[in-house]
Design a protein around this ligand. Sequence first.
Ligand code: UDP
Ligand code: MG
Length: 327
Amino acid sequence: MEKKAAGAIISVVVPAYNEEAVIRESYRRLKQVMDGMDLRYELVFVNDGSRDGTMEILRELAKADPLVRAVGFSRNFGHQVAVSAGLDYARGDAVVIIDGDLQDPPEVIPEMVAKWREGFDVVYGKRVKREGEGLFKRLTAFLYYRVLRSMTGQPIPLDTGDFRLMDRSVVDVIRSMPEKNRFLRGMVSWVGFKQAPVEFVRAERFAGESKYPLRAMLKLAGDGIASFSVKPMKFATVLGAALTAGAFVYLVVSLCLALIAKAMDPWHIALAGLLLLDGLIFCVLGMMGTYIGRIYEEAKRRPLYIVSEEVGFGSGGNKTETEGLDD
Ligand code: UDP
Ligand code: MG
């Protein structure tokens, strides 16, 4: 708790991909906000393999300002990976993740820090309004967050991107999750801890254009569902069961009709048999899906549980201390 007081260090992680038109202004705005707070901080920029002058600008900034550190990727690895790298390099007692294009207003950071000092471990930015984004993006985002929530059955907060503050304890847990397809906002929700929102208006991009083409957006959307839900795979089982049941009814009805008419229509019987077989195949696929789902869950190698507090283990939570134990 005392770390959250005056001596605290806040790391601000900023991913940047081809942001030469914005990055200086982002730095200036961040600096202005962070200087206005009574704490120590560092700005960790992650250049995600930009092909423009972003890295040169970052080098320049880091040279001029000891509070700036910049990491450059050898190529573009994607936003979620860039942010993950930022978490690895950040040294703060809390880490803020913020987009480099000023769509997430830095002015919200003091509010996040205040909530953190109140005792929250994760403070996420909840968009109450999006400025300068088309109807298509707004509508797809609106629907996506709701589908995601119903598919995963996990309380991933609605209308929330990656703009958030995380306590060191949360950052360390996220870093211990080695999955490759990273959907950070889902992972952060999955780890638990005390979470609280702060509302903000999503601004227009300061300059340049979105680095998230529809393709990348769809991949992120797919990752979100596939990383947190095996429900799509269960679809085969449902389909199989429905087909089998339907085919069975069809078969019985055909046989009854054949008995009444005292004449057998081979078409109906053949079709019913075929459908029955199809249904069974889908059922088997679903069964295999269940096992693949388990392999998948295991392959993610997430921690089995996450401890946020230890009480009565002696000073510093050292479990090997035997003081107070009768032998
Ligand atoms: N970004 C990144 N790597 C990428 C794509 C984007 O680091 O491959 C950064 C980008 O520079 C920005 C943030 O991620 O700071 C959000 O990207 P963008 O603004 O293009 O997405 P949008 O706001 O349109 O969803
Ligand atoms: Mg943006």
